[in-house]
Design a protein around this ligand. Structure first.
Ligand code: NAG
Ligand code: NAG
Length: 617
């Protein structure tokens, strides 16, 4: 019984307590979770509702230090403040709204904060806010990646490839290694070929510095790979962010198995070219190389051999030997290369120029050369090709055959391999003046320039009639005399004569000079002053307008005359022997004249008026 009583008593006490809690007349509300970045400001609000009188309410903020609650701020009816000697003392502000503001936030502020409200005897209530502190780490830095790793057969231990460090994060971040942009699975077992050793340091600031050291047993192919690491970290609102280190390569050392020897020149090599040869191995680093040709040692540098301006004597077999002492004894580290130097000898012409030939004679020119390859020989004068076989035959030489002849030798299979020779032929003969180009001037008295162009050799002497300011130029086999003189009426009438003479004879031609006929509108004024054709056209046009005006004036005069006659007739001042008609009252519509007038009004007035005299008769 006793027991039961006790149990009942406890039961009721529990019920009462529960009711007290459930019906508590104080209720506190806070933000359950506040996320903030280290160094920034966190505001933790706290509000309550109660039925108790405000004067009895006390609000307290607590933290827990080593499992013991510690008050950091409080407010009652008559006092409020921030507690001294707490980790937050200098960084805390208690607001009138009971919120606390922490600034600047430190990593240690990541903890629970409790807001407790005591409403006198009415009750107590509290609520918890959890503060989370975040901080983005520094960009990861790679170190320890600068040693080279030697690759030997049968190596069983892994080498340190590089260490990745990312400083100052909160919360603790994660490091991920990448090879050629692909994440490498995280392996901690040091018995594996590839593994990572992680490290973490908590700094005095509370921030984490993380490291990851990558170990590998690299293969040759890894020399071509790029590595980097990435830090993955959390930020407020469940954000996951990443930042990557710079990339790096592995420096792997391994002996050569093959030598490669090649010519860098494009296309066939010809005399005068620079020849560039490169020797390299598939090992790393590249060993020393020895270059030779027919037992003669040559000086190259770092696997590169340069032959400057080669001749046919430089053609031959070149050898490159790699001095790799680590390579196995069976490995032959040498290669040879055949260098072929194409050439074309200077072109020789027979007979040698310059040649002096008389008009009508025959000329035969031969040109020759030698080459490493098949070649072409062309005779050319200017851009005109005269022969393709090296022989040039001119059966009967004319004055215009005089000039410079080129023999061009070329090797079509070797671009740029070309040589040439030339011969000047002069043809003796009496001057021949080309068909003249006549002169034009705008008006009499202007200056006119004429060109008299003559073939013939020796160089002709020019005589102009009338004379003027004269000069002679030579263009190929032509001699050109240029004269400038005034276009006097004598010049306009008789022209200008050019005479060219040398020891073999002479030739002369007359140039006419005329007034330029201008046909453009801009020159209309000049035309009015001097051009007879233009004047005629103008006069004709003017004449036709005069005719039109005259006709119009005549018709008008006739009309006025007819009108005057009509009115005079109507008033009786003009006697026509028909007085009775004159007396007809104006109202009488039978009168011929009136009728005629009416019809005139309706139709052709002129016709009506002209008809009137007929009607009168
Ligand atoms: C790393 O290797 C790649 C591929 O062989 C090459 O293109 C790149 O220049 C190298 N980078 C460095 C820093 O050596
Ligand atoms: C002709 O040949 C001479 C001698 O080889 C050379 O000096 C000259 O430049 C050549 N002339 C032309 C136009 O090719």
């Amino acid at each position: 019984m006793e027991r039961t009583m006790l149990g009942r008593c406890r039961f009721w006490t529990l019920i009462a307590l529960t009711l007290q809690v459930c019906l508590a007349e104080v209720k506190v509300t806070v933000t359950p979770k506040v996320e903030v970045i280290k160094g920034e400001t966190a505001k933790l609000p706290c509000t309550y509702t109660t039925t108790a009188s405000a004067s009895t309410v006390v609000t307290q903020w607590f933290i827990e230090v080593a499992g013991v609650r510690k008050q950091i701020a409080y407010k009652s009816d008559h006092s409020f403040g921030v507690d001294a000697n707490t980790p937050l003392t200098d960084r805390l502000v208690l607001g009138d709204d009971l919120s606390i503001t922490i600034s600047p936030v430190m990593v240690d502020d990541e903890r629970s904060f409790y807001c407790q409200v005591i409403a006198g005897s009415t009750g107590v209530s509290e609520a918890e806010t959890v503060v989370k502190v975040f901080y983005a780490p520094e960009k990861p830095v790679i170190s320890g990646n600068d040693q080279s790793i030697a690759l030997f057969e049968g190596v069983t231990s892994s080498s340190e490839v590089g260490r990745c460090t990312s400083r100052n994060a909160h919360p603790q971040p994660r490091l991920i290694w990448f090879k050629d942009g692909t994440p490498m699975p995280e392996v901690k077992d040091v018995k594996e070929k590839t593994y990572m050793i992680a490290g973490v340091v908590k700094e005095a600031s509370g921030l984490y510095t993380v490291t990851s050291t990558l170990f590998m047993r690299p293969e040759k192919a890894d020399a071509k790979s790029v590595f980097h690491c990435t830090v993955e970290y959390s930020m407020p609102n469940k954000q996951i962010k990443q930042e990557s280190s710079d990339t790096f390569n592995l420096t792997l050392l391994y002996s050569a198995e093959n030598v490669f020897f090649k010519i860098m020149n494009h296309g066939p090599i010809k005399e005068g070219d620079d020849v560039h040869m490169i020797c390299e191995t598939d090992g790393n680093p590249q060993p020393n190389f020895i270059f030779s040709e027919e037992e003669n040692q040559l000086t190259g540098s770092a696997g590169s051999l340069m032959l400057k301006s080669v001749t046919r004597e430089d053609a031959g077999t070149y050898k490159c030997e790699a001095e790799d002492f680590d390579a196995g004894p069976d490995v032959i580290l040498e290669k040879t290369l055949n260098v072929n130097v194409h050439y074309l000898d200077p072109v020789v012409v027979a007979p040698e120029g310059p040649l002096n030939v008389s008009q009508g004679n025959a000329v035969e020119l031969q040109c020759k050369t030698k080459s490493s390859d098949s070649y072409t020989l062309q005779w050319k004068k200017g851009s005109k090709v005269l022969s393709q076989n090296g022989v040039l035959t001119l059966q009967s030489v004319t004055l215009s055959d005089a000039g410079l002849y080129l023999c061009v030798g070329a090797v079509p299979t070797v671009p740029g391999l070309e040589k040439q020779a030339n011969v000047t032929i002069t043809v003796q003969g009496k001057p021949e003046i080309e068909a003249p180009v006549n002169g034009m001037v705008a008006k009499e008295g202007n200056l006119v320039t004429l060109n008299c162009s003559a073939l013939g050799y020796p160089a002709p002497q020019f005589t102009w009639k009338p004379s003027g300011k004269e000069s002679v130029t030579v263009m190929g086999n032509k001699f050109i005399s240029t004269i400038t003189l005034k276009a006097t009426s004598a010049v306009l009438n008789d022209g200008v004569t050019c005479e060219a003479s040398n020891v073999h004879g002479k030739d002369s031609k007359t140039f006419t000079v005329s007034i330029k006929e201008q046909a453009t509108a801009a020159d209309a004024n000049a035309a009015n002053r001097g051009n007879p054709v233009f004047k005629t056209a103008e006069t004709q046009q003017a004449g036709s307008s005069v005719v039109v005006i005259a006709v119009v004036v005549c018709v008008l005069l006739l009309l006025i005359l007819v009108a005057v006659i009509f009115f005079l007739n109507k008033k009786g001042k003009l006697s026509c022997g028909k007085k009775d008609k004159k007396d007809v009252p104006s109202g009488d519509m039978k009168g011929d004249i009136v009728v005629e007038m009416k019809s005139g009004d309706k139709g052709n007035e002129e016709a009506g008026l002209l008809n009137k005299p007929h009607a009168d008769q």
